[in-house]
Design a protein around this ligand. Sequence first.
Ligand code: 3EB
Length: 340
Amino acid sequence: MSPVRRDPAANFAHPVDCRFVNAIPAGAVPLGEIHFGASPVASEHVVHPQAWVGMPVLTGEPSVELWTSTQPVLTQRIGPLTFARNRDVLFGCFVAETVTDFAVFEARVQEAYARLLTLAEAEGYPHLLRIWNYFPGIGDQSGGLDRYMVFCRGRHQAIEAHYGGRFTGRLPAASAVGTRHGGLVIYFLAGRTPGRHRENPRQVSAYCYPPQYGPKSPSFARGTLVRDSKRDVLYLSGTASIVGHESRHPEDPLAQLEETLANLEALIDSTATEEGMAGDGLKAITQLKAYVRRRQDLAILRPALESRLGPATQCLYLQADICRPELLLEIEAIASLSRA
Ligand code: 3EB
């Protein structure tokens, strides 16, 4: 009997695609759809995960973030969590009403994370690959803390309780951004096999931020690389004009953009080098969401950003509140890397 030859990459499959669309194309197998916009969209008869994120869309670009599967999908709902899974990944979505009170909000965040971590594990997808967090009033203050800090504490408590002890090595790429309308929306991708979580050489790991940014550091990795049999996908976390742990260039949107792009580029290039991939810098980005605090900055930010991207990159521009008041911009992305 001759040994079976296996392509090592064949052990990994990430049969998932993300596109920004206006409508669900015929024949698509949705894992989930996230609608961005100023007002909610009522779509009944939808069984897969779906959410509305109350952020004004700043351009005429398609504003539905559609996650599709190249394999058959099973969908299920347990309380506030809706999830869809194929053989290799689970896409889940948690939606809750707006909660003004900080203590109630923190408990809600903790509950959401406890539920999603438990669910992903119980269904056999224990490895988080990417998480998005959206909620209103991210900069609201109460008792010396802002709502983002309270969010971080609720998330931290649930993650610590779930994994017990050391958990930083399990944290995936994430975004946490402030909406103008609607409630708490958390959606995520989890896998049967782990992703490779990445840090940024230009930045202190967020889970090591000093206490000046809040009683519990933010629980996320700068990026998560997911191997696939054809291409590898790098999920880049929400990235801003932060070097080390400090914000740079207050009041200067263009300089913040340049710093943010340097951070994204450093994350892509260091990942490519250390993981043996072909590095293509910012040109490797296939999808990008730009969160812009002030609508009037779009006119200078957009051309400067797009001059640095490849022609096929899909961009979605959203008006949003960023977690630190001095930050005017945050960018998250998906990049496609090929093995060198
Ligand atoms: C930063 O680098 C900017 O708390 O999940 C970016 C991505 C940010 C994710 C999160 C926060 C989060 O600290 C803010």
